[in-house]
Design a protein around this ligand. Structure first.
Ligand code: HEC
Length: 174
């Protein structure tokens, strides 16, 4: 059943436009986890974020984001969000563009055309392997960009909780 995933994608596209106006600059660098809902952490401004314990244990969604980034973004954007020869370093991008702009670019794509280059960020809005994990990828990149998560595979992670598993299953339609 793909219907659920596609419905979710439509919902996201609709919220993107509203969010761009509502976003405020303080949220750009604020990665502090304020509350948990549905198995993931959010900032006080309701932006998905990571939570890393003192011993380095990362929250499950952030670990999931590491895996999904490597499956869907790595080939162009390079290891650890650090940038490739073809596409920019997303660990830096996510600290400069707001959450809603990030969603908009991934859903709809982006194309830079000038005399010296023709770079294309593909529109990934219909790919459930991206859309169902986009908040995970975002929090992973924010963890990298804030400097709180080092390069490579996170060594310690929390286990997947029921709320996350439920949301994942309904998004992927399984
Ligand atoms: C086929 C190669 C390719 C893949 C795969 C890809 N990207 Fe991109 N992406 C690009 C290119 C090239 C650009 C630069 C486009 C531009 O500047 O107009 C870009 C730009 C972006 C930007 C804007 C960055 C900025 O600073 O303006 C974001 C955000 C982004 N990509 C997120 C992602 C995410 C998240 C994934 C994985 C789910 C992904 N991309 C997968 C090629 C890719």
């Amino acid at each position: 059943m793909r219907t659920n995933g596609l419905l979710l994608v439509t919902g996201l596209v609709l919220t993107v436009g509203q969010g761009v106006e509502a976003a405020d600059n303080a949220a750009l660098t604020d990665t502090k986890a304020a509350y948990e809902a549905g198995g993931r952490w959010y900032t006080a401004e309701d932006i998905p974020t990571f939570k890393i314990a003192e011993d380095g244990t990362v929250d499950w969604p952030t670990f999931s984001g590491f895996r999904r980034y490597n499956a869907e973004c790595f080939q162009c954007h390079g290891p650890d969000g650090a940038g490739g020869s073809y596409a920019p370093a997303l660990e830096k991008s996510v600290m400069k563009i707001d959450y809603y702009t990030f969603l908009d670019i991934v859903v709809n794509g982006k194309q830079e055309v000038n005399a010296s280059q023709n770079l294309v960020m593909p529109a990934l809005g219909e790919n459930p392997n991206v859309m169902c994990y986009l908040d995970d990828i975002y929090t992973y990149l924010r963890a990298r960009g804030s400097g709180e998560l080092g390069r490579g595979r996170p060594q310690k992670k929390e286990t997947k909780n029921d709320a996350f598993a439920e949301a994942e299953n309904s998004c992927m339609g399984s």
